[in-house]
Design a protein around this ligand. Sequence first.
Ligand code: NDP
Ligand code: GUE
Length: 285
Amino acid sequence: MGAQLIDGKAIAAAKRQAMKTRIESMKAQGFVPGLAVILVGENPASMSYVKGKIRDCKEVGIYSELIRFPETVTEERLLAEIDKLNEDKTIHGILVQLPLPSQISEQKVIQAIRPEKDVDGFHPINVGRLVTKQEGFVSCTPAGIIEMLKAIDVPVAGKHVVVVGRSNIVGKPASLLFLNLDATVTICHSKTKPLSKYTQQADILVAAVGREALIHAEDIKPGAIVIDVGMNRNAAGKLVGDVAFEEVKEKAGFITPVPGGVGPMTRVMLLENTLLAADRQNKKG
Ligand SMILES: NC(=O)C1=CN([C@@H]2O[C@H](COP(=O)(O)OP(=O)(O)OC[C@H]3O[C@@H](n4cnc5c(N)ncnc54)[C@H](OP(=O)(O)O)[C@@H]3O)[C@@H](O)[C@H]2O)C=CC1
Ligand SMILES: Nc1nc(=O)c2c([nH]1)NC[C@@H]1CN(c3ccc(C(=O)N[C@@H](CCC(=O)O)C(=O)O)cc3)C=[N+]21
């Protein structure tokens, strides 16, 4: 037996392919979607993610700008740049790579982005829209998870979804998305005891913690759909998720790999959100 793999990399590649045609027709009408990415400092992981985002934009034909600041940049300077991008007609999406250095308030920076250009979906206005089921922008990782379930044709309504992790960028918005799709949702976190009591009840389990091998085979229900958001370096320096993949894949119905699962979906949803932002701003004129 064993689980079926959900190939995020392949699903994302197919989505990028479909986007190319859409972007060509936008361009034929004289309209080019644009994304600005702000990177502060030289964190190697952040640099590598940002490079990937710029590469994705090039591949599908989205105009992109990478704006870099030194680690020592002031909050004032950063906010001034965001103001400028808010007014820039060639830029439809703005992303500030997190984390930011400690002298800068992440909340202030996120709130400075016009909600219409907030392609990360982190602005409180967009979070509020998600809570109240209004149209806005949804955080890329949770949106990517939903797209993966669509790709394997699994209906979510009535399922018991257990989300482990309650961060503003993954756990919370993922829980709200599933709730909006009529799932029954349980949210677990570091104070949940015992965690396995909850995870064992999940039809769909989302692990978004950042701890290697947090979820073992004994922690899941046979046939469950297991979505691994975690990104950790193991002792051998390899990128691994939160799920003990080799043992859990024997018991799950579906499972996402790390790498090649949620990560590529996160990236492609940023492109989707940028196109959505461009479309909406184009309509408004
Ligand atoms: N693949 C992708 O596209 C992305 C991957 N990631 C990865 O996903 C993981 C989570 O990211 P993020 O949400 O930003 O992380 P955070 O560190 O912001 O949140 C982690 C969450 O896990 C909870 N937690 C910690 N320890 C335990 C435990 N032992 N049992 C249950 N819950 C626990 C915390 O609980 P509490 O709130 O109580 O502290 C918290 O809610 C990371 O590995 C990150 O690298 C992140 C974004 C995108
Ligand atoms: N403003 C902001 N928005 C974000 O969306 C954001 C952020 N800041 N800060 C950091 C986290 C993390 N994140 C990932 C994106 C892609 C992969 C990804 O593509 N992962 C590949 C592997 C990449 C590798 O090999 O290192 C995979 O899982 O296959 C992972 C993680 C977005 N984040």
